[in-house]
Design a protein around this ligand. Structure first.
Ligand code: ATP
Length: 982
């Protein structure tokens, strides 16, 4: 078979432009409508059940049976175990095929009659429905073509060709094969050189669904159709699951369209009869857990279950005669729309497993199949076409194709590359199709709006007339009820009368029989007295008279009764006639209204569907826009959050930096403080030492002073005593030694030198003391200098620390300002983003305002949060800086105070020392001076008082001599060092 589209003249793409719509339309054809009244009758969907034998796996698992099939009663009995109870559910179908049934049986019983109807011009759909692995494909396709296991499709194809050939019919046949996989329609017969793309499902505005671009393969023989089947089947999506080794993962529809030329009609026109057969092999519903489907398989199973669920809902809605049938919820139900409640006849083959393992699925299948029995289709014989019309259609199509080709060639130049031309052709075609579709949609919309308006108007008037009719109907009902009571009363009185008359008659009859018995007795005896005879005759005549009267009364009452009856009958008949007339009228009006309503509802349905489609489109557009907006918002929010994160991170890192700097600063401060503390401690200890030394010196000096005073006192006392003794002795010796004194003046001069030595040693001691004091002064000066150095160092440290703190503060402030700047930038950016987003969103979708407001409020909240964090950070940093400053200032202040105190102390010490030393030296000098002077004065006084009486004989010693004497007498006792040593 040739694959190329151009090289195969028999193949044709089924697009709206090329589709012979007249083939399916009931209004467009110029030919007469061949529908008979019978055709318009509703027929139920035919439902047959086929139960397969237990599979090898089920046998291996020793699964028990839960299904038994009664083929004669067409029943399927499903046994259910609920708790310990076994309940049987019985389902009755059009046909039932048990596990032992053969392919041929099913075909002959179910499909063969269908094929006959297809060849008569009907459209039929046969579809297999059931759980996965229950034999749908086995039933539809079978195993092998010409063997006993061949399924419905090959047998049907064979039968069609057999019939056509046996009838020597003039026919043409086309086949399409499509697959619905994951809600996408693909052409299983598409040429290999064409890209595999999903096809679009469309409606032609009259409710008919068609697949745009689905290729029709023209077939002329059984082998060709088998080749087409093989090609399509090999492309179907199948996979192995736990429940089926070759499980269909898609729904497939194989369609055969047959056009048969009818024998020439009386007017000589050639008519074409058209039959159509859709053979549907549905993918099986499956329990994902049981089939073990994973990933792709699970998604497939999900899609399969979804579309089958919609099919189930459509079946339910149709079975319940619901006004809304959810055909549009899946492509499968849209494709099968005409077969479920439409004009196509339908046969459902429900396949089940007998095993208890599939109990739930089997019961569900049986329930659906049972409900599907209630679906009613209104099949119509497809319109017959005039051959001339068909040929005209084809010619016009060829012409338009030629024109297209010519136009394309002219536009592209005949030398354009073949590929380019092809793609340009395809593009142009698509464009034209889209344009056509657009115009068609526009037209449809306008039409629909018109229709809707008209329908609304009609509906209002219909409603009004319906109300009137309802009123009339109510009145008629009331009248009917009145008349019914009247009739009932009449009938009951008539019945009463008849009853009484009958009783009377029976009494009379009894009496007559008595009389006749009497007569018989009289005659029989024949010997009764003559007197009595007369009497009896009288009695008899009386009786006869009475009887006659009674008869008359009865006949009168019967006549009156008859008259009554007649009157009643007349009344009833006239009433019934009027009533039936009124009812007829009502029925007619109701029928008319019903039709009106049905057409109105249909139109409304169509409009609603269109509106639904439009709204779906709008909804999808809106939802896509919404999703775009929401993704945009999500992006923004993500961006914002990432910005916020970045800022957070920045802040955190800045904080960390600040913290580490503060830590370093604190460490530095601590070190400085430790250092200062150590220095202060050192200085304090040296000061303490210094003061200790001072105190020792002072105590030493005090001791020296006391000692020297005591010694001086003792010596003075000793001197006084000695001097008195000496004076007395000298008074005695003075005279004797006067001469010797004079003679020894030179030696006394020497003794005067010793006094000088004493003075010299005293001055030496005082020098030493001065030296000590100067040492102490220098020590104090050193201490002062050291203290000043310490203060200077501390001040430098303080300045350095302040500078470091200042630098830290500056860095902190810089970091914070940087953060603030970043924050401001981010918020600015954010605000810009928000504004741009706001503009965009306002432009596109007003309802997103709330989202944006939310976003803005969130951003503002974030911004406010950031600002508060920044403010608190600033505050914290300020606090920390202040604390640092305070903690830095405190030790310095303390140090300063300590140094001031130390200074004060040292200065006081110095003053004290100076004072002490001055006092000491002055005291010493004073003591020595006083001692010397008093000694001298005493001496001089004594000398004067002693000497005066003998002044002429004595040579008085000079002042210098006396001083020398004193010093020599006092000796070394005036030496401070000696005093200390002692
Ligand atoms: N009536 C039957 N008699 C004998 N074997 C059968 C019968 N029905 C089904 N089988 C066997 O059961 C197995 C599964 O059948 P089939 O592939 O037709 O199931 P299915 O319903 O099409 O499954 P899926 O929905 O997964 O495609 C096949 O091996 C087939 O040969």
């Amino acid at each position: 078979m040739e694959n190329s589209r151009t090289s195969n003249p028999r193949r044709r793409s089924w697009t709206p432009s090329s589709m012979p719509r007249t083939l399916w339309s009931s209004t467009e054809s110029p030919t007469k409508d061949f529908r008979s009244n019978d055709d318009q009758k509703a027929v139920n969907v035919q439902v047959v059940v086929r139960c397969r034998p237990l599979s090898e796996d089920e046998v291996r698992a020793r699964a028990s049976l839960m299904i038994s099939c009664d083929e004669t009663k067409q029943q399927v009995i499903a046994s259910q175990n609920t708790g310990n109870k076994q309940t049987d559910r019985v389902f009755v179908f059009d046909k039932v095929f048990g596990p032992t049934s053969q392919q041929k049986e099913l075909y002959d019983d179910v499909v063969a009659p269908v094929i006959s109807e297809v060849l008569e011009g009907y459209s039929w759909t046969i579809f297999a429905y059931g759980q996965t692995g229950t034999g749908k494909t086995y039933t539809m396709e079978g195993e092998g073509r010409k063997q006993k296991n061949a399924g419905v499709i090959p047998r049907a194809v064979q039968q069609i060709f057999d019939v056509l050939e046996s009838e020597k019919a003039d026919y043409s046949m086309k086949a399409t094969f499509l697959e619905l996989y994951n809600e996408e329609i693909t052409d299983l017969l598409a040429s290999d050189d064409q890209p595999k793309r999903p096809l679009v499902l469309m409606e032609d505005g009259k409710g008919a669904v068609f697949v745009r671009g689905l290729e029709e393969e023209i077939v002329c023989s059984v082998d060709e159709i088998y080749a087409v089947l093989d090609k399509g089947s090999s492309r179907k999506h199948t996979a192995e699951t736990l429940l089926n080794k070759q499980s269909n993962r898609s729904h497939s529809i194989f369609t055969i369209t047959i056009q048969i030329k009818e024998p020439n009609s009386s007017d000589g026109s050639e008519l074409i009869r058209c039959g159509k057969l859709n053979l549907v092999d549905l993918a099986g519903s499956e329990n994902i857990l049981r089939s073990g489907a994973r990933e792709v398989r699970a998604r497939e199973a999900g899609e399969i279950n979804k579309s089958l669920l919609t099919l189930g809902r459509v079946i339910n809605a149709l079975a319940d005669s619901s006004t809304h049938v959810p055909y549009r919820d899946s492509k499968l139900t849209r494709l099968l729309r005409d077969s479920l409640g439409g004009k196509t006849k339908t046969c459902i083959i429900a396949t089940i497993s007998p095993s208890i393992l599939s109990q739930e699925e089997t019961l569900s299948t049986l329930d659906y199949a049972f409900r599907a029995k209630c679906i009613k289709n209104r099949p119509e014989v497809n319109q017959k076409l005039m051959k001339s019309t068909l040929i005209k259609d084809l010619y016009s199509q060829i012409d338009s194709l030629k024109q297209e080709l010519h136009a394309t060639r002219q536009r592209n130049g005949s030398y354009a590359a073949e590929d380019e031309r092809h793609s340009a052709d395809a593009l142009r075609k698509q464009l034209m199709e889209i344009q056509e579709l657009y115009i068609f949609q526009q037209q449809l919309r306008v039409d629909l709006e018109d229709k809707l308006e008209r329908n609304e108007r009609e509906l209002t008037t219909t409603r009004q007339s319906l109300f009137n009719l309802e009123d009339q109907y109510q009145q008629a009902i009331v009248m009917c009820k009145d008349k019914e009571t009247l009739i009932f009363n009449l009938i009951s009185s008539g019945k009463e009368l008849t009853k009484k008359a009958l009783e009377l008659r029976s009494d009379l009859e009894g009496a007559a029989s008595d009389v006749s018995t009497l007569f018989a007795k009289i005659e029989h005896k024949n010997c009764l007295e003559d007197t009595n005879r007369q009497h009896i005759q009288n009695f008899y005549s009386q009786l006869v008279q009475q009887l006659r009267e009674l008869d008359n009364a009865v006949s009168a009452s019967a006549t009156s009764q008859e008259q009554n009856w007649k009157a009643i009958q007349d009344n009833t008949q006239s009433f019934l006639a009027s009533k039936s007339k009124a009812i007829d009228e009502l029925l007619k009006q109701t029928e008319y209204l019903k039709d009106l309503c049905a057409s109105g509802v249909k139109n409304l349905d169509v409009s609603a569907e269109e509106l639904y489609q439009n709204s779906q489109l709008a909804l999808s557009r809106l939802s896509s826009e919404l999703s775009a907006h929401s993704s945009c918002i999500v992006d923004l929010v993500t961006k914002n959050s990432s910005d916020a994160d970045a800022i957070n991170n920045d802040l955190k890192s800045n904080m960390n930096n600040l913290r580490s700097r503060i830590d370093a600063l604190i460490k530095l401060q601590e070190e400085n403080h430790a250092r200062d503390y150590q220095a202060s401690k050192n200085i304090s200890s040296s000061l303490v030492n210094f003061f200790k030394t001072l105190r020792i010196y002072i105590s030493k000096l005090t001791l020296i002073e006391e000692d020297s005073r005591t010694i001086t006192n003792q010596k003075l006392h000793a001197f006084t005593t000695k001097f008195e003794e000496f004076s007395l002795a000298e008074e005695r010796l003075l005279l004797e030694q006067m001469a010797q004194l004079l003679a020894n003046s030179s030696s006394r001069k020497k003794k005067m030198a010793t006094v000088d030595d004493v003075l010299e040693s005293a001055s030496n001691r005082s020098d030493k003391l001065n030296q000590e004091i100067s040492d102490m002064q220098s020590l104090t000066a050193d201490g002062e200098e050291e203290w000043n150095n310490f203060i200077a160092k501390t001040e430098t440290n303080y300045v350095e620390d302040s500078a470091a703190v200042e630098a830290g503060k500056c860095t902190l402030e810089e970091g914070l300002q940087c953060c603030m700047r970043k924050l401001a930038e981010v918020s600015q950016q954010q605000r810009m983003n928000e504004e741009s987003l706001l503009v965009e969103i306002n432009k596109n979708f007003d309802s997103d305002d709330s989202h944006i407001k939310n976003g803005t409020s969130v951003n503002e909240k974030i911004h406010a949060r950031f600002s508060s964090i920044a403010a608190s950070l600033l505050e914290e940093t300020d606090d920390a800086t202040k604390k640092l400053m305070l903690s830095a200032e405190n030790p310095l202040r303390l140090d300063h105070e300590a140094s001031e105190k130390a200074n004060l102390l040292s200065s006081r010490c110095l003053v004290c020392t100076k004072e002490t030393s001055t006092i000491h030296s002055e005291q010493v000098a004073e003591i020595s001076r006083t001692a010397r002077e008093s000694l001298l004065d005493d001496y001089l006084v004594d000398n004067a008082s002693c000497v005066s009486p003998r002044k002429r004989n004595l040579v008085l010693p000079t002042r210098e001599e006396i001083e020398c004497l004193i010093i020599s007498t006092l000796g070394d006792s005036l030496q401070p060092d000696n005093a200390v040593a002692s």
